[in-house]
Design a protein around this ligand. Structure first.
Ligand SMILES: Cc1cc2nc3c(=O)[nH]c(=O)nc-3n(C[C@H](O)[C@H](O)[C@H](O)COP(=O)(O)OP(=O)(O)OC[C@H]3O[C@@H](n4cnc5c(N)ncnc54)[C@H](O)[C@@H]3O)c2cc1C
Length: 322
């Protein structure tokens, strides 16, 4: 059996867990479905704007939980928020910058991309990881950092009850619309959007994110059918909000079913505790769907989980040596 602990999913959670394992001298490898690591964290530059198609905002007060910096004061700016008075910050360079301190220390060959895990099983005292391409890997321990629906499928035969519960989690869909305007076209401050249909609305005219005298708007729209063309999404949004069709940049990022509703339920922590107790020792489950709703919670959860796995591996090797 390989001695590398496998982390499934190279989003922020998986990368933060891998970083912690490596810090504790536990060899590990990440398996990622897509061609790039980062999961929903994705930033790009266009026409002088810095756009985040995934998460943009987080609570700086809890930035001790961000991936290891250094994160100097100048790396952040305060965001205008229409989410109910929370003091939110964003990174000047875009949220994807959070990934760099996690990616840099990864040894060559530790990140395996374009590989989908289909199912998990036992292999001796450890685990077998079956990939959709037919490969089977083995590992002494597993960090499962994929969303609940994917993790539910992977656990189908290893932990049928946990798998079924995860596949049962309720989801919403969020379409993130990002629009860049000349400042004169948008009255500031941007008023809160109507309650229904909007998951969030942020705006900024910070010079790190927009050209001079411009403004960047980010809205999350709920429950929008996936087949509505991007141009129509923008037209309707502009009509609803009273914004002109004079935007300079526009992005419509669809994340079908990303927003797991369970963590918002009061019974979720208890339910997760019960599910975790059914997991075999040496396997841990991390990510937003499992009770870490904010970005900074996710990093802390990943570090704690990796620490627990590292301690468990040390105890196992102690037992074997005796
Ligand atoms: C549109 C959108 C906006 C958001 N905005 C915010 C925000 O403003 N603030 C905030 O705090 N959070 C926000 N979130 C939540 C966001 O998901 C998290 O902040 C964080 O990036 C999640 O990291 P993660 O690693 O837990 O999950 P993900 O980023 O989803 O990573 C999971 C990884 O697992 C991989 N994977 C899935 N299936 C498999 C498989 N079978 N085999 C191998 N790999 C697999 C995926 O490809 C992905 O890379 C937003 C999410 C979305 C989608």
């Amino acid at each position: 059996m390989s001695d590398r602990t496998i982390v499934i999913g190279a989003g922020l959670s998986g990368l933060a867990a891998a970083r912690e394992l490596l810090r504790r001298d536990i060899p590990c490898a990440l398996i990622e479905l897509r061609a790039r690591a980062g999961g929903s964290l994705c930033s790009e530059r266009s026409a002088g704007f810095v756009l985040d198609s995934g998460p943009m905002a987080f609570e700086r007060e809890r930035s001790g939980s961000l991936p290891d910096g250094p994160w100097p004061e100048e790396a952040f700016f305060e965001l205008e928020d229409q989410e109910g008075g929370r003091r939110l910050h964003a990174l000047r360079e875009g949220s994807e910058a959070l990934l760099q301190p996690l990616m840099d220390p990864l040894p060559t060959g530790a990140l395996l991309t374009r590989m989908a895990v289909s199912s998990l099983g036992r292999f001796g005292p450890g685990f077998a990881i079956c990939l959709e391409n037919g490969m089977v890997l083995t590992a002494p321990a597993l960090v499962l950092a994929a969303p609940a629906r994917a993790a539910g499928r992977m656990l189908y035969s290893l932990c049928p009850q946990v798998g079924a519960s995860l596949r049962d989690f309720d989801h919403d869909s969020i379409t993130r619309v990002t629009l860049g305007y000349r400042r004169e076209d948008i009255p500031l401050p941007v008023p809160a959007p109507p309650d229904t249909g909007f998951a969030f609305c942020h705006w900024t005219d910070h010079p790190a994110r927009v050209p001079r005298d411009h403004v960047l708007l980010q809205l999350g729209l709920r429950m929008l059918p996936a087949d509505v063309p991007a141009a129509l999404v923008i037209d309707e949004l502009q009509a609803n909000m009273g914004w002109p069709p004079t935007h300079i940049v526009a992005r419509v990022a669809r994340w079908p079913g990303p927003d797991c509703l369970e963590p918002h339920e009061p019974q979720h922590p208890g339910r997760m505790r019960a599910l975790r107790q059914q997991l075999p020792a040496g396997l841990t489950l991390i990510g937003s769907d499992y009770g870490a709703p904010q970005l900074e919670d996710r990093v802390r959860q990943a570090r704690d989980a990796a620490t627990a796995i590292a301690d468990w591996l040390v105890r196992q090797s102690g037992k074997r040596d005796r």
